[in-house]
Design a protein around this ligand. Sequence first.
Ligand SMILES: C[S@@+](CC[C@H](N)C(=O)[O-])C[C@H]1O[C@@H](n2cnc3c(N)ncnc32)[C@H](O)[C@@H]1O
Length: 265
Amino acid sequence: MLVEFYRLLSSNSSFAKRLIWKNWYQLISKKNRLPNFTFMNYGFINGINPTLDKFDESNRVFIQLYDKVLSKVSIQNKKVLEVGSGRGGGANYVAKYLKPKELIGIDISLNAVQLCNNNNQLENLNFKFGDSENIPFSENEFDVVYNIESSHCYGSRKKFTSEVCRVLKNTGYFCWADLCTVNELEEVVQFVKENNFKIIYSENITLNVLKALDEITETKETAINNFVPKIIRSTFKDFAGVKNTRVYNSFNTGQLEYHHLVAQK
Ligand SMILES: C[S@@+](CC[C@H](N)C(=O)[O-])C[C@H]1O[C@@H](n2cnc3c(N)ncnc32)[C@H](O)[C@@H]1O
């Protein structure tokens, strides 16, 4: 169902697409639903393992996706924006380990933003309600903007890319990773170029994401069985990329891919 649903969303009106995804993530981030999950990405494994505190080990595969996406740029002492920060696990990792001067995470789900602000204990980190297509900051504010597994939800990736360009300082970096079809990747590359970004890195990381999905599948399935109402359980498993469900299978057949791109303004 998910791939059909994903296709439907991709071809549907921007308004409907935005509305459906927004409500989906509001639902996921409702109080007490999957309370221990502070990440909502598919993860990444490539054999390079960042050193983590014991506390963060259980989130290693999700953290590794953040580490990979930000591996080409320097974050230390920079002003950084995450668009689509979800339940905040990634932003917490970045703020704690990569030590930006200031990191702001924005998300269109108010439930997610509230959850993040309730859990946040770091001084260089803040979360705020915000829309990728109308980023609530002024021109030339950030050194780095990053976006992980969120842009497939947007009504217009074109508008999003021009917003990223607007809030980035000159020579600032845009680090992006998401699932997409081959055609959608071409569109993203086109939008990036239209905004006069220079692409400095591009990689198909589908196999690394599949490895992570394999490793985490049992934990995800158990959590979904324990916390998600039966009626929406199988949809949740599809979205979570549980092994042998539809998104997972689409990565295997090549219907969907997962890409990482870094561009400089
Ligand atoms: C799959 S989650 C990924 C969250 C996080 N990046 C992570 O890796 O854990 C996608 C997130 O994008 C957010 N999102 C969807 N549409 C958005 C929009 N138009 N503007 C900002 N955030 C949006 C959702 O609310 C959700 O929290």
